[in-house]
Design a protein around this ligand. Structure first.
Ligand SMILES: CC(C)(COP(=O)(O)OP(=O)(O)OC[C@H]1O[C@@H](n2cnc3c(N)ncnc32)[C@H](O)[C@@H]1OP(=O)(O)O)[C@@H](O)C(=O)NCCC(=O)NCCS
Length: 197
């Protein structure tokens, strides 16, 4: 068991690792945003917009975080932590040993775009990943037509590292992606704590 579920805060927003008890809010978020998110997302499994799916997903989310495999967060305003989700953000496919990598993914409620929420969430999550998880490199990719996502990553300091043909099967077809990465600004060996002590 994780003693305390990770929670990352900024003056405006809160990123809370979600669990089965958040199923209703997660379902409401994906249901409200289905057409908006589907354009940029892999095909969803059967029952994706049901309470049962998100209850099971929430349970698995806690297990995967406990195993150090993936960390998926619900984003809310800092003063409305139990309220509707602004979006979701995740670090998945963690690789340890000499790699210390993870992959970043995110999506925002359509009505909450243009407020700087996702740039703020990406910056806070990456700082946590470098400082607390001691990861060294975060990768993210976007379809060349996804200009909003490109701007989020650029603003958060990610650099383009390549271009992958037919990289992911999204919205019914294999799609090219621009590959980007952010490297820990501090040069610390795997597992090393920063600062004195
Ligand atoms: C990609 C996505 C998260 C970007 O959302 P977004 O609203 O553009 O991102 P932010 O919340 O960080 O807002 C940034 C914008 O808000 C503006 N903004 C307003 N207030 C701001 C503030 N206080 N701080 C910073 N930016 C602010 C910025 O000017 C910026 O706009 P610009 O890039 O046009 O200049 C969103 O469009 C989305 O969910 N898309 C569908 C899913 C998706 O594409 N996921 C990623 C797949 S790779």
């Amino acid at each position: 068991m994780i003693a305390q579920r990770p929670e990352i805060t900024t003056p405006r927003i809160c990123l809370a690792l979600y669990g089965p008890e958040d199923a209703s809010r997660l379902r409401d978020h994906v249901s409200r945003n289905e057409p908006h998110l589907a354009r940029w997302s892999p095909a969803h499994p059967e029952g994706y917009v049901t309470h049962a799916y998100w209850e099971a997903r929430g349970k698995k989310n806690v297990e995967e975080a406990e195993a150090g495999k993936a960390f998926r967060f619900a984003i809310t305003w800092i003063d409305q932590r139990g309220g509707p989700l602004l979006g979701m953000i995740a670090l998945t496919d963690l690789a340890r040993g000499p790699q210390q990598w993870a992959n970043l993914g995110y999506g925002l409620d359509e009505r909450e775009q243009g407020k700087g929420i996702m740039v703020e969430a990406v910056k806070a999550l990456c700082a946590w990943a470098f400082d607390d998880l001691r990861l060294h490199r975060i990768t993210a990719s976007y379809m060349p037509t996804n200009e909003r996502s490109a701007r989020v990553l650029r603003r958060a300091g990610f650099a383009v590292v390549g271009y992958a043909r037919d990289y992911l099967f999204i919205n019914g077809a294999w799609r090219d992606h621009v590959l980007t990465a952010l490297v820990d600004p501090e040069d610390r060996p795997p597992g090393a704590k920063s600062g004195p002590g």
